[in-house]
Design a protein around this ligand. Structure first.
Ligand code: B16
Ligand code: MG
Length: 217
């Protein structure tokens, strides 16, 4: 049976995609090209530097490493200002209720996020105390779809992969969960998240009663 839930952060527990979008758009505009919400979909779940590479390819720019690092830092400073203004009200509907239900049922809780800003977001929204283990972008060397973030979570929780389920909103994250050998619930639309065991619109539609549907041993 499932003994641990591993949560992605952006798009599952909080909606920070809009702040990433505004900061990336500002950077693109400064560089002289447009960046749409549709373009932003390609950056979900992807690491900061990989996101920058995608953005630059949209603008048809090729830059050296030093310039790229400088641009990524500039984007992060704008993004950081947005997340510093976040509070509890920005936790997505149903997220806190489901996490509490998991804890009441003796399940372990971990974070598995690509973000290097995860601790700031968890602290500002008051989510930090709910987690037994927190794995973020500062603690991994390979980004999703590499399974490292979830494998490390399972190891630190002391719960085997067969008893872990991942909650993810991004295709790269679902692939990471699969490669980690874990069950996976998609949050979003069934068309894009086909590789998940099942897909729900938000954590409002999740309950521990649905955990037995997952292929766990
Ligand atoms: P940062 P997640 C991911 O978080 C975001 O979905 C992705 O858009 C972002 O580029 C990545 O974190 C890195 O974030 O610049 O804060 O290190 O979905 O894995 O929780
Ligand atoms: Mg995400």
């Amino acid at each position: 049976a499932i003994k641990a839930c591993l949560f992605d952060l952006d798009g599952v527990l909080v909606d920070t995609a809009k702040y990433h979008y505004l900061a990336w758009k500002r950077l693109a505009n400064e560089l002289g090209f447009e960046f749409t919400e549709h373009d932003n979909e390609k950056l979900k779940g992807v690491s900061r530097m990989a996101s920058l590479d995608i953005l630059l390819s949209i603008g048809g720019l090729e830059l050296d490493e030093t310039t790229k690092n400088e641009l990524a830092t500039r984007k992060n400073e704008w993004y950081f200002q947005s997340i510093m203004a976040m509070d509890q009200s920005e936790i997505l509907p149903g997220a806190l209720e489901f996490i509490q239900e998991c804890k009441d049922n003796g399940l372990k809780i971990a974070l598995g996020s690509a973000s290097k800003n995860a601790m700031t977001i968890l602290n500002n929204t008051g989510l930090t105390p709910y987690f037994d283990v927190i794995i973020d972008g500062n603690r991994t060397t390979s980004a999703k779809p590499d399974p490292e973030v979830f494998t490390l979570g399972s190891t630190e929780l002391g719960i085997p992969k067969e008893q872990c389920v991942v909650f993810e909103d991004a295709e790269a994250g679902i692939e990471a969960a699969r490669r980690a050998g874990m069950a996976c619930v998609g949050i979003g639309s069934p068309e894009t998240l086909r590789a998940a065991d099942f897909v729900i619109p938000s954590l409002q539609d999740m309950s521990v009663n649905r955990l037995p549907e997952l292929n766990a041993s």
